[in-house]
Design a protein around this ligand. Structure first.
Ligand code: PLP
Length: 447
């Protein structure tokens, strides 16, 4: 029985199976794990997706990677439990659709990855009867999605660090009102400081016995579930012809799911890679030189304020090149293939605001900043390369997550989702902490 093996993009450490890399996250040589080969989906299964539920499609896709490690009926149970919400495909105009990945419990697309990853971890932990502590640094959306996804799971403690003054009230409540196995720490510092403390804890030998694990977007366990919705949308909307898909991108985890879906055999005419003013990727496509944007620029689409996307390491590897964690390009990937598959654009805050206004005025539809970046990118692409193929633009958050911004742009009030209403009345549990590693370590050791 040979399980699928995963290699590090730096290729200096041994390959591992899925269970191992799920708990390791990043490889010990600081590379990211990739599957040794990408399984092809058969035409027969692909043709059936049209009539299958989201959870069933998720089971088929994940089974191609995990069939030697998890029984298919277990995968189906996990998928049904993780995806108990709708994935609306909204026709905005012509054959142009919005795929809404914002209907999960925390109203951001990170629910898709977090809910599956938490349940996969739980599945493996049960067999091993081990305990685990998940450490997350968050600038907003990730913390809420992880907290919700791991809430109440046995044998897993979750500790979330967020910058006290840099998250919105609605985001904060997603992390602080849950209690149980979820601890939220408000750090007197910035997001980068949170990340530094977490990183230091991972490297601290005194903490090994806590069995620390990360849940950030470098884990392949988060990429795998993000392959699924590309199949879902394309097969429901366009079972016969290829489509064009626009992805609002920050750390490029979402996009990686799409690129792998294409390699598995999903017909995609083009991916529009829409980024905000952090334009390192469109620049890279233009001049084949990679230069991170440092420090990253603060834009309205705040979850995409990334000047050096961590998953670019995977993307470059997928196209035969080698990029390291620090952003050094050791071998150029096949740029012709990359440009064949992708077209990329940087969208300014002003263009984002105009897009939100215009889409509301002319189509009576409320986009939030991340989805607006994607929709603008799609329309710019179509201006340059008119196409009759169906188009899908991804919306990654519910406008209710950004009430102040939307109100300022459209002059309308945005109500809360059902979950937000519940949380708004709940008590918050917050531990405050100074930006100091020793305090953090003491907390981890004495809790
Ligand atoms: C995380 C996030 C993104 C960016 O996704 P990546 O996978 O990091 O590219 C876009 N929109 C929202 C709302 C997010 O939370």
């Amino acid at each position: 029985m040979i399980m699928m093996q995963f290699y590090s993009t730096n290729k200096t450490v041994p390959q591992q199976n899925f269970e191992e890399i799920l708990f390791m996250g990043q490889a010990p040589d600081f590379g990211l794990y990739m599957p040794e080969s990408i399984p092809k989906i058969s035409k027969e299964i692909l043709n059936k997706f049209n009539t299958m539920s989201y959870a069933e499609i998720a089971t088929e896709i994940c089974n191609l990677y995990l069939h030697k490690e998890i029984a298919k009926e277990d995968l189906l149970k996990i998928s049904k439990d993780a995806y108990d919400f709708e994935v609306p495909l909204v026709k905005l105009e012509l054959n142009h659709y919005i795929m809404r990945l914002d209907q999960g419990p925390t109203s951001a697309f990170k629910d898709f990855a977090a809910r599956m990853m938490s349940r996969l971890m739980q599945h493996f932990l049960k067999k091993k009867s081990q305990k685990l502590t998940i450490l997350v640094a968050t600038s907003g959306d990730t913390g809420g999605a992880i907290a919700d996804a791991y809430l109440g799971l046995d044998n897993i403690e979750v500790i979330i660090l967020y910058p006290a003054t840099e998250v919105s009230a609605r985001q904060r409540k997603q992390m602080t009102t849950l209690g149980k196995n979820i601890t939220a720490i408000a750090l007197n510092g910035k997001f980068d400081d949170c990340q530094k403390l977490v990183k230091q804890a991972f490297g601290d030998a005194d903490l090994t016995h806590l069995n620390l694990s990360s849940a950030n977007s470098i884990n392949f366990g988060r990429i795998l579930p993000q392959i699924v919705y590309y199949f879902y949308a394309a097969c429901k909307i366009s079972p016969q012809e290829p489509c064009i898909i626009s992805v609002p991108s920050g750390n490029f985890g979402n996009l990686m799911g799409g690129l792998i879906a294409k390699k598995m055999g999903l017909p995609v005419e083009k991916f529009v890679v829409a980024v905000n003013e952090n334009d390192e990727y469109p620049q890279f496509l233009k001049n084949s030189k990679y230069q991170k944007v440092e420090p990253s620029k603060a834009c309205l689409s705040s979850a995409m304020n990334v000047g050096h996307p961590s998953n670019l390491v995977r993307l470059v590897d997928l196209y035969g090149g080698h990029l390291d964690y620090q952003g050094e390009l050791h071998a150029l990937p096949n740029m012709d293939d990359i440009k064949n598959d992708m077209w990329s654009i940087s969208v300014s805050d002003d263009q984002t605001i105009q897009t939100i206004k215009k889409t509301y005025d002319s189509l009576n539809y409320i986009l939030e900043p991340h989805g607006a970046v994607a929709w603008y990118g799609l329309n710019e692409y179509l201006k340059e390369f008119p196409s009759k193929f169906p188009c899908i633009s991804i919306e990654t958050a519910d406008p209710a997550k950004f009430p102040e911004e939307i109100e300022k742009i459209l002059g309308i009030e945005i109500g809360m989702t059902e979950n937000m209403k519940k949380q708004s009345n709940n008590q918050e549990y917050i531990q405050k902490m100074d930006n100091d590693y020793n305090s953090f370590k003491k907390m981890l050791l004495t809790r």
